[in-house]
Design a protein around this ligand. Structure first.
Ligand code: C2O
Ligand code: CU
Length: 475
């Protein structure tokens, strides 16, 4: 059983939450290959993906299944795989009681297919369908989720993995996906719906759950053979939780961040931080003995076993000695010396001291804005999607976005349609960057993808509470 104490303090249930604490009993072995649900396909046509209610067994001790919303009724939704440069063609059918979309997070996509309700498309009404059709330029680990009321829809379970495969498949024995999410559940396993979009969550850390899940289950158990080489694709689909994972007795190294290959590096003390929406790909040579068990624990609040690797009894394979390095996707680099400066100053939130914030053209003081519109954050003094873009760039222009987190809270800053990087020869590419409270960071973006692209905090309650803007790239 994996569970977490709720960090927000106003839950009437909180004192009874400790019933959830306890060690995980060995569950059934879940091999990566069995995890990929079958994808329904029209011959020669699209993959069918239905957003609809379903259920999941998220608690170990309680029989009740949790009512969720999921793609094809499951959480996570089906794994979609495509070869690099290949076409993804998905027909979304909306069988939810509210409008929805699909956003393909981290894909440098055709703007019309970006799935942002109100910016790149109208949301798909209940009962209707929408075709997403695009090529995937970069090999790597990506994910998909709605971009309409995402603070509710993602929290209910609407997300899945999109893998873009390298043409020259890296030499590994297993390719394991680990989607980690947290849920706010009652003792009966039901999602706490009352607190969706609560002002307290919006103005503090966002919606933190009390239950952790891995691949839609309360525990992740992976069968391995000693000596195997494993690729582990870690995805944080939490609304707001910054996961801190510790690899116990394992010696992984990072091979990709946010879908883009990096020069391999090892973790400090086996610890890794992964913000909402980020992905990290690891390579792990499994050096434990036959019959051994090794674990990944989540330590952001208490120490919880997130996943275990159970070694079978087969004789050990010879451990590979060569380091694996993925081939670069060849992203065009921004020109750091000539980049045009744009400021992005974040203000607001609990204990923040923003004086005036503009919302839909009217200026408010913070209390009034909270009371009247449920908004509490601003980019450059503006809450929510502004009429004018944060910046407008020509194709081929390099932009330096000087981000200043002038709040008491961390934020996971996400830019659509582009990857970006900080200065420095080995700075990794990102589509989502964690900014700690008070931190200033400059990112460089090479504008080469025409259209209207969102910028927002991927802590979904912060986004709903005002941390949303957009930029435009013009031919
Ligand atoms: Cu993962 Cu704008 O979203
Ligand atoms: Cu935020």
């Amino acid at each position: 059983m994996i569970c977490m104490e709720r960090e927000t303090m106003q839950s009437p249930h909180q004192t009874r939450r400790n019933f959830l604490t306890g060690a995980s009993a060995a569950g059934t072995l879940l091999l990566a290959s069995r995890f990929s649900a079958a994808v329904a396909k029209v011959p020669g046509g699209p993959i069918l993906l239905e957003a609809r209610p379903g259920s999941a067994q998220l608690l170990e001790t309680v029989k009740n299944r949790t009512s969720i919303w999921g793609f094809d009724g499951a959480v996570p939704g089906p794994v979609i795989r495509v070869k690099q440069g290949g076409e993804v063609w998905v027909r979304l059918k909306n069988s939810l009681p509210q409008p929805t979309t699909i956003h393909w997070h981290g894909i440098r996509i055709d703007n019309a297919m970006d799935g942002v309700a109100g910016l790149t498309q109208e949301p798909v009404p209940p009962g209707e369908s929408f075709d997403y059709r695009f090529t995937a330029p970069d090999a790597g680990t990506f994910w998909y989720h709605p971009h309409n009321r995402s603070w509710e829809q993602v929290a209910r379970g609407l997300y899945g993995t999109l893998i873009v495969e390298e043409p020259d498949a890296p030499d590994v024995d297993q390719d394991i996906i680990a989607i980690i999410d947290d849920w706010r559940l009652g003792e009966d396993g039901a999602i706490d719906e009352e607190s969706f979009g609560s002002m307290r969550d919006k103005s503090h850390l966002g919606r933190l759950g009390n239950i952790l899940s891995i691949n839609g289950k309360f525990t992740g158990e992976f069968g391995v053979r000693s000596g195997e080489r494993i690729r582990l694709r870690l995805i944080n689909t939490c609304n707001a939780r910054i996961l801190k994972l510790r690899f116990e007795e394992l010696n992984p190294y990072v091979i990709a961040v946010d879908g883009q290959p990096v020069t391999p590096y090892e973790l400090d003390h086996g610890l890794v931080t992964i913000a909402p929406a980020q992905r990290i790909d690891f390579l792990i040579d499994m050096t434990g003995a036959a019959g051994a068990t090794q674990a990944i624990t989540e330590v952001s609040q208490s120490r919880l076993v997130a996943a275990t690797f159970n070694y079978n009894q087969l004789p050990a394979l010879r451990v590979r000695t060569s380091k694996l390095k993925l081939r670069d996707n060849g992203l065009p680099h921004p020109d750091i010396s000539s980049a045009r400066n744009v400021d992005l100053i974040m203000t607001g939130g609990a204990m923040g001291q923003a004086d005036k914030i503009t919302y839909k053209g009217t200026s408010y003081d913070m209390r009034q804005l909270v009371r009247e519109h449920g908004m509490v954050w601003a980019f450059n003094g503006n809450a929510g999607m502004p009429k004018e873009p944060l910046f407008s760039a020509r194709i081929g222009e390099s932009i330096a976005v000087r981000m200043d987190n002038d709040t008491r809270w961390p934020h996971a800053m996400h830019f659509h349609g582009h990857h970006f990087r900080e200065a420095g020869p080995s700075a990794p590419w990102h589509d989502t960057l964690l900014m700690e409270a008070g931190e200033k960071r400059t990112i460089y973006l090479y504008a080469d993808n025409p259209g209207k692209w969102m910028i927002h905090c991927h802590m979904l309650e912060h986004q709903a509470g005002g941390m949303a803007s957009w930029f435009e790239v013009k031919a």
